[in-house]
Design a protein around this ligand. Sequence first.
Ligand code: DON
Length: 325
Amino acid sequence: LIASTLRNLLVIPDFRSFCSHLDQIFEECTDITSGNVASYIPELSKVSPNFWGMSVCTVDGQRYSKGDSTEPFTLQSCSKPLTYGLALQQLGSEKVHQFVGQEPSGEVFNALILDKHDMPHNPMINPGAIIMCGLLKSLVYENHAIDDILAEIMKTVKNLAANEYVGFSNEVYESEKATGFRNCAIAYLMMEKKCFPPSITVDDVLTLYYKSCSILGNCETLSVIAATLANGGVCPLTNKMVLRQDVVQNMLSLMQSCGMYDYSGHFAFQIGLPAKSGVSGGMMLVVPSVMGIGLWSPPLDRLGNSCRCLYFCERLLDFYCMHPY
Ligand code: DON
């Protein structure tokens, strides 16, 4: 970082003025008061709607944070690209896509539907992510206890995040497990349609799925993970290759087409960048070869995306023309 600074080779050379624009956008977002905190998972409804945080990490390690950027929240669906990435890294794309498709579903994230091949449409929605947990349990970490597999997932998350905060919320896990009737229905539908690899039980696969959704991080964590993805799988803060470049390419492609629930088409049209949101109000945005951004504001719109996070992305694109087309 120091050498690049001296040679004026930074990916964002005038980082100070970039940050002042971020400040301005961040403040504007505080005027957005629409949306509701997710309540279908009881534990999530206890979170204050006022939290608002943002972190940026560039591919050469420049960083900036604002607001509640170190406050922990559960990753929820922001974990979906990560379990998909781990499955790809271990099994390869061909094997993984024998069990999951690559198409947007056109439905809400927890819809009880499969594609025309009786597979989940993609790994960014609940059925696809549940299948990824099945692959990890049955094909990658065979004979491992669920908590050992969770530990492997968390190890990958920590490596992607350069040891930024990664934790686990047992309260959210218990809350999801007690109320996740729809995920149960999805898992049983997939059992009936023989979507899983051999020797999977619904209880095991849902336990792993709920636990991966209950991993805790903060905006800084998400920004570094997104920066590692922006950097082709090499963490900019440790210089370690965490995921292969081909794995990251698959992850970003599906984040771009399917990462923002049933709003993904609109988001790709308007913003054009890979992103993933979660029902806790967290979101990561990847600007390939430039930076990762982690955002968090709990109130969600009708489709489940954080209202402030969406507005932030729109305003950022007003300032900087980062849409690739
Ligand atoms: O299973 C659920 O409904 C939550 N644990 C995760 C939902 C979420 O963030 C949106 N999914 N794409």
